[in-house]
Design a binder for this molecule. Sequence first.
Ligand code: ADP
Length: 257
Amino acid sequence: MDAEAVRFDRVTKRFGDHTVLDGLDLTVGRGERVTLIGPSGSGKTTILRLLMTLERVTEGVIHVGGEPFSHMPGAGAGGLVPASERYLADRRRGIGMVFQHFNLFPHMSVLENVVEAPVHVLKEGREEAAERARALLGMVGLADKVDARPTRLSGGQQQRVAIARALAMRPEILLLDEVTSALDPELVAEVLDVLRDVARDTDITLLCVTHEMGFARDVSDRILMFDQGRIVESGRAGELLDAPRHERTRAFLSAVR
Ligand code: ADP
């Protein structure tokens, strides 16, 4: 495999005595597009939340870009200790996320929503950030909405702003967590089309959780089927969708189709 973007080494995540991820080993190559599927509660979103540092591992180590991520160098086992907040804040900068709910700032214009983080977090000049934001909003088909308030937009348009906002941070890895599941059915296609463009026009590493199997087939190099915190089947997108080998995968696919 090419250089690795993400590596989970024997990662376990527990909430109390509920084991959500169970000794997970997972490597995602740089530029690879991986989709996580599986029943609700199987641990997919927890994987994304660990990468967004919204959760901490219980056991095991996550590496990002070949460097420790959940941990940092120190005097612990394997020369590592749990990462400090400050270490995590630096390391998560290369990771963007788009959520099911768009979480745009309602009091700011569309353009300001996209400009905010590059200016405050990356310390880009406002002019430069605004120019890039306009280009990104053009890419997601919203060039004519730059001055609008998010609340005036449809859900599909708001989600496209959220995609532009994530890309404005120049992430190497983009996490997509059921980005269409809060949308009215007629708005799903416009968001998935934009993401297909992103997949086609960038070399960004993508980790998606989705129930949209057509989208998964189009953008993914690999699909991982989860059940109860473990990968039960992994394969090239077309192969896994057309000829699932595991009974759990077959049952899941017939339920979502
Ligand atoms: P999926 O994305 O596959 O639906 P999740 O990763 O969201 O699954 O959740 C896996 C399990 O972890 C679920 O049973 C959920 O209830 C549990 N879980 C997630 N977050 C928490 C939390 N903060 N506290 C307790 N349980 C949680």
